[in-house]
Design a protein around this ligand. Structure first.
Ligand code: SF4
Ligand code: SF4
Length: 316
């Protein structure tokens, strides 16, 4: 496994970061023991970097995981939507308590959109920076689907880490295309920010182009790490092989092909109907204000996911 120092944080992370959302109750909902087993397997294969969020409800997995391997060798990033000092304090204390740890390595402001959003969360940012000075957090940053937030973050010295959405089709970028996002990321990287990309497979919507997706992100120079959601040992092994420039062993490749994928619609869907209007198979309906899929009609093409303004749809 290749390791890098995440910008100017001094934190050493594996090039492949384990995205915990996929094992969480919001997605595959693995039993705690199976999720922990997977995290331990990934660690033993060289992955030391684990990305989660308050929203994902994965703290219990991480709590059990860090009992089994040295805490100081594990890097945990989590995120919160808190915008004021009180909310930030509650989020940090909850993360520490529920993970059973004395510190969080990277604490991110979740889904920032622009300079205005950062200003709106400034009290929370100040709280995290004070917590960093006291040793409860090692580095502070933000996650975003927006080019504007990446650009705006450059002027905030306290924002040391950026977690932007990056995939070759620009799926999920809310305010432009992939070329503009890469330019913003390049500027942030040059300014010393630690960059770890999210959703290289477009949240699963580009899974059919798996190799093209990875070829693209692995060819980018201005990224320290890439978070990928994984649900099985075979996926961990396959991704480690790809990240190390190796061919996926045939037995693992064949097993990967056996997993039954399905369309997942997150419960924050607001029923706007944009996905439905772009489904050529007429597999989506809006029922009681939420999108619902008819699995018999859905061909898992992933087009609807790219049209959702809230990034609710994934193929898992
Ligand atoms: S586009 Fe997204 S928010 Fe709108 S109905 Fe579909 S899933 Fe829900
Ligand atoms: S994945 Fe394709 S077929 Fe399935 S609901 Fe979305 S657009 Fe329709």
């Amino acid at each position: 496994m290749r390791y890098t120092i995440l910008g100017q944080t001094g934190i050493k992370v594996s090039y492949l970061c384990f995205g915990c959302l996929t094992i969480s109750p919001l997605q595959r909902n693995l039993p705690i023991n199976k999720g922990v087993d997977l995290l331990v397997y990934a660690f033993d294969m060289g992955i030391n970097f684990y990305d989660t969020a308050e929203l994902y409800k994965t703290n219990e997995y991480l709590k059990e995981f860090i009992k089994l391997r040295p805490r100081q060798d594990i890097v945990i990033a989590t995120k919160s939507y808190a915008y004021d000092a009180r909310g930030a304090q509650q989020s940090l204390e909850k993360a520490l308590r529920e993970m059973g740890t004395d510190y969080i390595d990277i604490f991110l402001m979740h889904e920032q959109e622009s300079d205005l959003t950062i200003k709106g969360h400034y009290e929370a940012l100040e709280y995290y920076l004070k917590a960093r000075d006291k040793g409860f957090i090692r580095a502070v940053g933000l996650s975003t689907h927006n080019i504007r937030a990446v650009t705006a973050s450059i002027k905030y010295e306290g924002i040391q880490v950026i977690h932007p959405i990056i995939n070759y089709k620009g799926v999920g970028i809310e305010d432009g295309g992939i070329d503009d996002m890469l330019e913003a990321v390049s500027n942030a990287y040059s300014a010393g920010k630690g960059i770890y990309a999210m959703k290289p497979l477009g949240g699963g919507t580009l899974i059919k182009d798996r190799q093209a997706c990875f070829d693209f992100v692995l060819g980018l120079k201005n990224i320290h790490s890439i978070a990928v959601g994984m649900q099985t040992r075979e996926e961990v092994s396959a991704n480690i092989a790809v990240f190390n420039g190796r061919k996926i062993p045939d037995d693992i490749y064949n097993k990967l092909g056996q997993y039954r994928r399905k369309l997942h619609i997150d419960d924050w869907c607001e029923g706007c109907g944009n996905c439905k209007d772009h489904c050529g198979q007429k597999a989506l309906k809006i029922i009681h204000g939420k999108a619902r899929v008819d699995e018999k009609k859905c061909i898992l093409c992933g087009y609807c996911g790219a049209k959702c303004p809230l990034f609710c749809i994934k193929i898992i």
